[in-house]
Design a protein around this ligand. Structure first.
Ligand SMILES: CC(C)(COP(=O)(O)OP(=O)(O)OC[C@H]1O[C@@H](n2cnc3c(N)ncnc32)[C@H](O)[C@@H]1OP(=O)(O)O)[C@@H](O)C(=O)NCCC(=O)NCCS
Length: 345
């Protein structure tokens, strides 16, 4: 089958374009996630059009001769404006999807080629990506991507939570970690901005990362830009931190919520600094957070999170909360030069 690949800029897309876009994305979503509620269209358009600070972003669509959209690729690379540039300047990332009925026709490979060309033009040497479907795994293997880490999407149905146990963890918290207090915020208070960014960065980088090469380095400016991006895309981001007697931040947990997809919460990062571990802080933070979710968002039915399979402490807490593995997912990386050679670029 003949197809054409065209760069796509959501900000310039006319209003009547979106119907054909959703025909593609929703068919793809229904195929891969038949049990999930469809994403809110307004939220999708808002996120597609939003500025992504400090990222060079490109997107392409694959069209049939009848102008039906059957494939998509997204490419991103951190720009020099970011505090994360220095440690990740050799990296970029991609995501490719092709409608089930149009797979094995070379469209995915053509989309990979345009991404690799982009990586070469930016002098990036490694492309990182992920897969959670067998077709993607086979495609990445065929093109020589290396597995970097195994992870999973884990889910907690709120109806399954043992609320008495959650209250016990909250009650035990101040007894086991004497003098510690828990504070909350949506936007990080200016007074703790730098310390919080340092802690958040540390927590991101101390997760098991396998052979993934991306490393976080969030400073106050980047945090503020990210908070603006959450506002621009309709997300509420809520954080709990634990502070020691001397004021030092020892742990954190945060989540994302969008009232347009009000049945779910996306649990983000949880971390306790190594010197403060073994005193029930992780359980206290997570239990306090889930009680807050129950009280604040009565429509929420499910909490979704992603964890490395090798993250024993986090998976142990999650399991006791009632999280269950929903789907395996892995991360991969391509060596750009090698891949370009193989693709004949
Ligand atoms: C991954 C994906 C984009 C590939 O799209 P595609 O158009 O089918 O890719 P191609 O036709 O260029 O496939 C290239 C090669 O990958 C391998 N491959 C792709 N899909 C495969 C499958 N389901 N089973 C076995 N091998 C497969 C094959 O070797 C294929 O070559 P061949 O058909 O000549 O044997 C598509 O399967 C998809 O959308 N999957 C879900 C999304 C995803 O997992 N993306 C991960 C990459 S970021």
């Amino acid at each position: 089958m003949k197809y054409k690949i065209i760069e796509f800029n959501p900000k310039e897309a006319p209003d009547d374009f979106w119907e054909s876009y959703f025909e593609f994305t929703e068919a793809n979503f229904r195929y891969h996630y038949p049990d999930n509620s469809m994403l809110n269209r307004e939220a999708v358009i808002q996120r597609q059009k939003a500025n992504i600070p400090n990222y060079y972003v490109k997107r392409w669509l694959a069209f049939t001769p009848e102008d039906k959209i059957v494939g998509w690729a997204g490419f991103g690379a951190i720009t020099e404006t970011s505090s994360e540039f220095k440690v990740n300047k050799h990296l970029c990332k991609l995501n490719i999807a092709v409608l089930h009925d149009y797979q094995r026709m070379g469209i995915g490979t053509s989309l990979l080629k345009v991404c690799v060309q982009e990586a070469l033009s930016l002098n990036r040497t490694v492309i990182e990506t992920g897969a959670e479907h067998d077709s993607g795994r086979a495609f990445l293997k065929k093109h020589g991507a290396e597995l970097t880490i195994e992870s999973a999407e884990n889910r907690l149905e709120l109806k399954d939570v043992d609320w008495t146990l959650m209250q016990t963890w909250v009650n035990e918290g101040p007894k086991r970690a004497e003098g510690v207090i828990i504070e909350s915020f949506y936007e990080c208070p200016e007074a703790i901005l730098n310390e919080y960014c340092e802690m958040f960065t540390e927590a991101l980088n101390m997760q098991p990362l396998g052979d993934s090469e991306f490393r976080s380095n969030i400073d106050g400016k980047l945090r503020r830009q990210t908070e603006q991006q959450y506002r621009d895309t309709g997300y509420t981001n809520y954080t709990l931190i634990s502070r020691e007697k001397d004021g030092k931040i020892s742990g954190l947990t945060d989540f994302f919520y969008d009232s347009r997809d009000s049945y779910k919460i996306l649990q983000n990062l949880t971390g306790v600094r190594p010197e403060f571990r073994g005193r029930g802080l992780g359980k206290w933070l997570k239990a306090k957070m889930i009680l807050h979710i129950k009280d604040t968002y009565p429509d929420v039915e499910r909490i979704i999170t992603g964890n490395a399979e090798a993250n024993a402490p986090m998976n142990s807490i999650n399991k006791r909360m009632g999280f269950k593995k929903h789907k395996a997912a892995e991360s991969y990386k391509f060596q750009v030069e090698e891949t370009a050679k193989k693709l004949g670029i």
